[in-house]
Design a protein around this ligand. Structure first.
Ligand SMILES: CC(=O)NCC[C@H](N)C(=O)O
Length: 177
């Protein structure tokens, strides 16, 4: 069911009709990696419980894809975070993260992991702020060296946040103040 995070924003799970718009938003949002449109359709099919979309009327405002790694049931892995240009710096991404962490699928989640490339300053700020808001540890390490990508890709730093308290996963919007 849609959750209104602000008077005119609706947060909801992605549906297959959203796949192409998400693909196009990612394409307009360097330094994010553009995955296939097919992969964004799979999010709405197999990963909808841990993906979240924000829209204002028919405008796609933001999107976060994630999943719970099969061997880490206490961890939510955030795959991509994207905000449309006009919503950057408004706190939308933090609101989306809060919406994900409040989902029933995340009731056993105590850690959040993601990877951030050095030029993705917005995401580095976002996850640093998340750790502060959750008042819990943040560790940063290299997950993928640049040479693993061949030429032309930055390294990916692993941001691991937690452990955070259990009640977090059951409260609505604990971070969007
Ligand atoms: C948090 C985030 O958006 N990370 C992006 C990882 C990677 N460069 C990708 O774009 O999928």
């Amino acid at each position: 069911t849609p959750v209104v995070a602000a008077p005119n924003l609706t947060l909801r799970q992605p549906e297959k009709a959203d796949g192409l718009r998400v693909y196009e938003l990612i394409e307009q949002s360097p330094p994010l990696d553009l995955n296939s449109c097919y992969s964004y359709l799979l999010h709405s099919w197999h990963f909808a419980d841990t993906c979240i979309l924000a829209e204002e009327g028919d405008i796609l405002a933001g999107y976060i894809s994630g999943y719970i790694p099969p061997k880490q049931h206490d961890t939510l892995f955030i795959w991509q975070v994207v905000s449309a240009a006009r919503y950057r710096g408004t706190g939308l991404a933090l609101t989306l993260l809060a919406g994900l962490l409040a989902r029933p699928a995340c009731r056993d989640v105590r850690f959040l992991e993601t990877t951030v490339s050095p030029s993705n300053k917005a995401s580095a700020r976002l996850f640093t702020k998340l750790a502060e808001r959750l008042n819990c540890p943040l560790s940063i390490s290299t997950q993928f060296d640049a040479d693993l990508f061949g030429a032309g890709h930055e390294p990916e730093q692993l941001f691991r946040i937690g452990p955070f308290p259990a009640p977090l996963a059951n409260s609505a919007q604990p971070l969007s103040h």
